[in-house]
Design a protein around this ligand. Sequence first.
Ligand SMILES: Cc1cc2nc3c(=O)[nH]c(=O)nc-3n(C[C@H](O)[C@H](O)[C@H](O)COP(=O)(O)OP(=O)(O)OC[C@H]3O[C@@H](n4cnc5c(N)ncnc54)[C@H](O)[C@@H]3O)c2cc1C
Length: 300
Amino acid sequence: MEVYLDLKAGIRGSIRVGEMLGAHTTWRVGGPADYFVEPAVIEDLQFVLRFTAERGLPLTVMGNGSNLLVSDAGLRGVVVRMGSGMDRVVLDGNVILAQGGVRLSRLLRTAWESGLGGLEFMAGIPASLGGAVVMNAGANGLCMGDRVEEVTMVDRSGTVQRRSAGELGFRYRWSNIQAGKEIVTAVALRCFPKDRDEIGREIERFLNRRRETQPLEQPSAGCVFKNPPGDSAGRLIEAAGGKGLRVGGAEVSYKHANFVLNTGGATARDIMELIRQVRQLVGDKFGIELGLEVNLMGDF
Ligand SMILES: Cc1cc2nc3c(=O)[nH]c(=O)nc-3n(C[C@H](O)[C@H](O)[C@H](O)COP(=O)(O)OP(=O)(O)OC[C@H]3O[C@@H](n4cnc5c(N)ncnc54)[C@H](O)[C@@H]3O)c2cc1C
């Protein structure tokens, strides 16, 4: 109660106790957060960072929850969700400046409306901007690192830092923000003038390709495993006979073998066990150990 009251008094954003995280992950699984904070201003983040450090409370940051497997027991301490409280977008010539909580779909719409090209590749990635930068999300031959000019973030001591793309070590599904655990508050993305109709056609083409190749009707976290060098995790899982494998309500998709679906009532434990079985299958058949693309949060 005291923690709740002190947090509430210190921030402008919202705070909830025992919020079920399954409501904030695309897999629709995840137990309660002790304290769930949605910041409204950067000072909220600085307050929470100081507060959790002083009281020795764990701190977890999430964006749109589209790459997370959160345990059924939930998360202790404070969970900060970068969402609608921090989703402002402004244009500066060909550069789009946006806060970390903005959804990529909105960013893409702004770019399209303004006749700015370069972001079409991200069509259909259900991420927040901060989460996409941290993960260096990508598709269609491009990734966030190709467009990021500068990132503003708050480090774990509450200090605001600005880093250029070159300092962030972008590579396949990696930026060194993953190691430093800073919180991304704003990003500058370099775009270029482009015909609006052409942008629209490209977005539609990318979305159609997703609909054809990905099982988008049921909850998932996109690709579960990273592609090993020179190969595709989906191909390996399919070739090992993994399609359709099930544990409880979790199932390896028939449409795209690197997707694990929540077909209804799956728990994080079901999904974790299925991940273990798929890894074993591919390991036994090909001697390749698949690395996880999804982030595990909490106890498993
Ligand atoms: C249907 C579907 C399709 C997908 N397609 C693709 C695809 O084509 N390409 C691709 O790369 N990914 C894809 N993904 C995966 C996912 O969208 C990306 O990994 C994305 O980058 C996750 O962003 P998020 O905001 O949901 O972050 P979350 O899942 O909430 O968090 C991911 C990680 O980022 C951290 N994080 C989040 N926000 C911040 C922040 N502001 N500051 C610091 N750390 C932060 C979290 O702590 C966590 O470690 C797909 C997922 C789904 C469900």
